[in-house]
Structure formats: C-alpha cells, structure tokens
Design a protein around this ligand. Structure first.
Ligand code: PEP
Ligand code: MG
Length: 556
C-alpha cells in the first residue's frame, strides 16, 4: 500500500486533529443569471446581512470576526463599487458579470499596492464579492451543518465563512492560501483549534478522501492516514493533552524564576479582551493597545469613552495595567485622522512622534488616562520612542495635563522597540519608570525587514542574537537604574524566547491571554542556572537558528 499523502503547510495554530473533511461550498452563480434585483438593493441586503452576522459574532464574543464583518458591510455599500457596476451594466454587461469584474478590478487595485495591509484588503473585497453574488442568486447562506470534529478545507476562509460555523464542531482548519496572520489563523488561535495554512495542492488532494489529519505544530496535512500515522498521532495527542492538563494547573498561580516573581500579563486591545485576560487568570494588562479603540469607526472615541475602557482594565486586576498611548502609523491606519500618506510608514510619523505632532489627539488621550485617577494601578507607556528628548517631551505633556486637571500622574515607561531606544536605554532609564520591549518592531528595525512582508518571515525571528543583545542591554540598563523590564511582543509567548528572556532578566511577560497558562508552566519548569548560562551564550552566536538549537534541550 502506498504511504499516505503528506501535504506540507505553514503551522498556524497548535494542536493535532483527525476528522472528516468538509469543504464549505460557494454558491455557483452563472455570469448571465437573470434577476429582477438591482445592484443597489443587492448591496443594501448584503450589507444588512453582514452587519447582522457582525452583531451575532460580537454577542458571542467573536470580536475579531465582528470587526472584519463590519468592514465588509462598508465595502458592500461602497459608492465607488456601485458606480463601477452601474457603468459596466450601462455598457451592456450582464449584472452578475459586471459585479464580478468590478470586484476583480477593486481587489486588483489593492493587491497592486504591494503591502501586506492592502493585500488583506484585496482579500476582503473578494470575500464581499462572494457575498454579493450569493445575494443576487437569491441564496442567503445559513449556518453550515458540520459533523463532529469536521476538518474544514478551503482555498481560504473569510469571517463571513467562519462566523457561520459552530466552532465547537470544528476539529481543525486547513487552507490552500493564507499566512500566519490570515483570518483563518487568527480565528483558529483565538478558539484554540489546530490549523495549517498555505497547503498548496490541498483541495485537489483531499477530493474523495474520508479522513484527514491536521498537525498544527509541524505544519502538515495527512490525507487518509494509515494505522501507523494514526497510532503515532494518538500518542502525541495523549502527550499534548497531558501537557494541557499540567498547564491548566497554573491558572492564576504566581511563578518565580530564581526566586524572582515573573508576572505573566496580557496583551489586549478592547474591553472584551480584558474579560478574556481575567478568564485566563492573567496577572494584569501588560499592553493595552489603545489605538484599537480608534480603529473601525468614523470618529475618534471621546475622552469619556476612552477613560471607561482603561478603567475597566484597571479595575479588573490588582497588578498594574499598562496602557500604551496611540500607536497609529506603520500598518495601522485611521482614515478620519487624515494623515498624509508616507513613502515608508514604518519609518514615518508613527506612535509618540504622531502624538507630539497632534497635541489635540494626545491631550484627549492623556486626559482620559488621568481621569481614570488610579495612579498606583495604571502605567502609561509611549510607543516608538527613539530618543530621550522625545520621551521627555511626551512625559512633560502628561505632567502638564495632570497639573491642569489637578490629579497625580501615573508612572510613565518606554516601549523599547527602536534600536536607538535600546542603545540609549541607560539615558532613558533616568526618566522612565519601566521598560517594556516590543520585540515585534524591535526585530523589524534591527533586521531592516518589514514585519508585514511575507517573503521576509525568516528575518522576523527575535531569537536573532542582534535582537538578544539589545534586550540584554535594555535589561541591564533598567536593572542599574532600579526599574523593571518586561517584554510585550510575540516573543513573550514563544517557548524558546521565554527561556531566553527570563534568563536575561526580564521580569514581566505580556502575552495573548490564551498563552498565559503555557508561559507560567514553562517558567516554572526552567532550571535557572542552565537557562542563565544559555541566555548569556546565545547572545554570542551567529544566528537565530543556532540560538534555538542551543535552547531546545532546556525546554520541557
Ligand atoms: C511590538 O512591536 O512588539 C508590539 C508589542 O507592538 P505592536 O505589535 O502593536 O506594534
Ligand atoms: Mg510595536
């Protein structure tokens, strides 16, 4: 018997699953379909349906999907799209064909922008196109019936697809397209469902198969696995489950490394995610991405609205909440702020730079933070700091607003994510109350590799010794000044990096709430003497690969 077919893919969400393949079918809509429905009516009906799905998703706590579906609703009713469709039908093209062509043109415009953010918008436009065609065909899709443990196979999945699925019945996701930040990957990780993406040739290979195995750790799909594969996988699933149980025992438990408490805090971007952090037993909020409060809407949130969101986090935990002031610019766009377009947004007016140039925006946020009026439970952090002078200007502004409002200012820290900030850490430490290292940006700036560029993924590894050296310097400078250093980039939830970070003296790890138990369990298993030795040696190695090889034997 031939060996079962193994299709390599990108791992997108941890775990292993077996199950029957299910392919969510699209509705087949012929180009020359005749319909009495006008495009305007179809667009309005589609937008209403998508917004209804968004509401339902939000009600179920599926905020990621809700946010994207709301954006879909806006695209469906985009006047430019309607204008293009009308022009095509006026020229004699049948309506369905005209919609297909207008969608293709709109998504091609985004795709041509050669930027990961716009590549995602191009995907969104295609997703909306499918919804519009479904409406024209008079077939509003309902919830997709799923057998238990269904392995969802698809070219790619949009939030409009996943929101129609009962995720408790999904065993795993496997898609032909998409990368680690694609919608499928995000939904899978949030729900703790194994997933792989970028499985080229998947759809043709699974045609007619009855059982699939998806390995979200190694990144592989096995089609019709034989007894050996099943037995081996079951062993690994057993070990995985045992670890899950062991990790769950760490819920809410304090952990130490070499006698020093390591806080395991949460990265959040909304009030809903604060609730996730509470449920995960996080020690506090290590990074509140405040700019998320500004995204996906038509105007900035008021000072009162912002303040209420920050207060929710502050009141949820005994340990302090770190709110990062607006980090707009780079890949985060806010249309209503009418920021000029830039040649290199990641090197442009981003984060604290923007706040210092837009005092009205900055002051409204500082006032919101100050009116939380909990200086002992709140910390403020400035992103994209490059020089001590910038940090001083931001801090001075906060102190001035505190004086004006007659309240005490909370401690202010630096988000260390530029090379300059890391190298100037001894100077920044003279003014800062704490450091929190943003390894996502720090890695991109150290390697000069755009973090959203799919082809440069190998350069985004924070285990790069050049990045480790900057982390080491930051921690040392913080220690000398008596201020703590945390890490809030993705590295804080990556097992090998967790060992290196605590080995280098990092005192707080701020991670996605779902990773809390894993990180605590890991910290508790590490042997401090060996980890410190390895972390020191890692800094002297030539590349991330050598570093990961050196650390691997220390991991449980
Ligand atoms: C970082 O840069 O590491 C970080 C945590 O911030 P963001 O990913 O929001 O830029
Ligand atoms: Mg950052």
């Amino acid at each position: 018997m031939p060996a079962p077919l193994r299709i390599p893919a990108h791992p997108a969400s941890e775990g292993l699953a077996f199950g029957p393949p299910v392919r969510p079918g699209g509705v087949d809509v012929p180009d020359d379909l005749t319909t009495d429905v006008s495009f305007a009516d179809a667009a309005a009906a589609t937008a209403a349906r998508l917004l209804g799905l968004a509401d339902a998703a939000r009600g179920d706590g599926r905020t990621e999907e809700a946010d994207v579906l709301e954006a879909y609703g806006l695209i469906a009713e985009d006047p430019a799209l309607a204008k293009d469709v009308d022009a095509r039908t006026a020229a004699g093209t049948p309506l369905v064909r005209a919609v297909r062509d207008a969608i293709a043109a709109m998504s091609a415009t985004f795709a041509a922008m050669d930027d990961a953010y716009f590549a995602q918008r191009a995907e969104d436009v295609r997703g909306v196109g499918r919804e519009l065609l479904t409406t024209l065909a008079g077939a509003a899709p309902d919830a997709l019936p799923l057998p238990d443990g269904a392995i969802i196979v698809a070219d790619d999945l949009t939030p409009a697809d996943t929101v129609r699925m009962d995720l408790t019945r999904v065993g795993a996701f496997a898609t032909e397209r998409g990368g680690p930040t694609s919608h499928t990957a995000i939904v899978a990780r949030a729900a703790g469902i194994p997933a792989v993406v970028g499985a080229t040739g998947l759809l043709a290979a699974v045609d007619g198969s009855t059982l699939l195995m998806v390995d979200g750790h190694d990144g592989v799909v096995v089609v019709d696995p034989d007894g050996d594969v099943v037995a081996d996988a079951e062993l690994r699933m057993g070990a995985h489950k045992e670890r899950e149980v062991a990790r769950r025992r760490y819920r809410g438990r304090a952990v130490t490394f070499d006698g020093q408490r390591v806080l395991v805090a949460a990265n959040v971007g909304s009030v809903e995610e604060v609730a996730d952090a509470v449920e995960a037993g996080s020690d506090g909020v290590g990074l509140f991405r405040s700019e998320f409060l500004f995204l996906g809407r038509d105007e900035a949130p008021s000072t009162a609205e912002q303040s209420a969101a920050y207060r929710t986090a502050v009141e949820a935990f005994e340990d302090p909440t770190i709110v990062r002031t607006l980090d707009i610019g780079g890949d985060k766009e806010v249309p209503y702020l009418q920021l000029p377009s830039e040649q290199n947004p990641f090197l442009g007016v981003r984060g604290l730079r923007l706040c210092l140039q837009r005092p009205e925006l900055f002051d409204a946020q500082l006032d919101a933070l100050l009116t939380v009026d909990a200086p002992d439970r709140l910390r403020v952090m400035f992103p994209m700091v490059a020089t001590p002078a910038e940090f001083a200007a931001g801090r001075e502004r906060l102190l001035a607003r505190a004086r004006a409002l007659g309240v005490a200012a909370p401690p202010v820290g630096v988000m260390v994510e530029t090379t300059s900030a890391a190298l100037l850490a001894p100077h920044l430490a003279e003014q800062a109350a704490f450091f929190s290292i943003g390894t996502n940006d720090l890695t991109q700036y150290v390697t000069s590799a755009d973090r959203t560029h799919g082809d440069l993924g190998a350069l985004q590894d924070p285990a790069n010794p050049a990045v480790l050296e900057l982390i080491r310097r930051t921690v040392t400078a913080g220690g000398a000044a008596g201020i703590p250093t945390g890490v809030c980039g993705e590295a804080a939830g990556d097992p090998a990096m967790v060992a290196l970070l605590v080995g280098l003296g990092v005192e707080e790890l701020s991670v996605a709430p779902v990773r809390t138990d894993l990180v605590r369990w890991l910290v508790d298993q590490l042997d401090p003497a060996r980890v410190r030795d390895v972390a020191t040696r890692a800094v002297g190695l030539p590349d991330a690969e050598a570093v990961r090889e050196l650390v691997a034997p220390l991991l449980p």
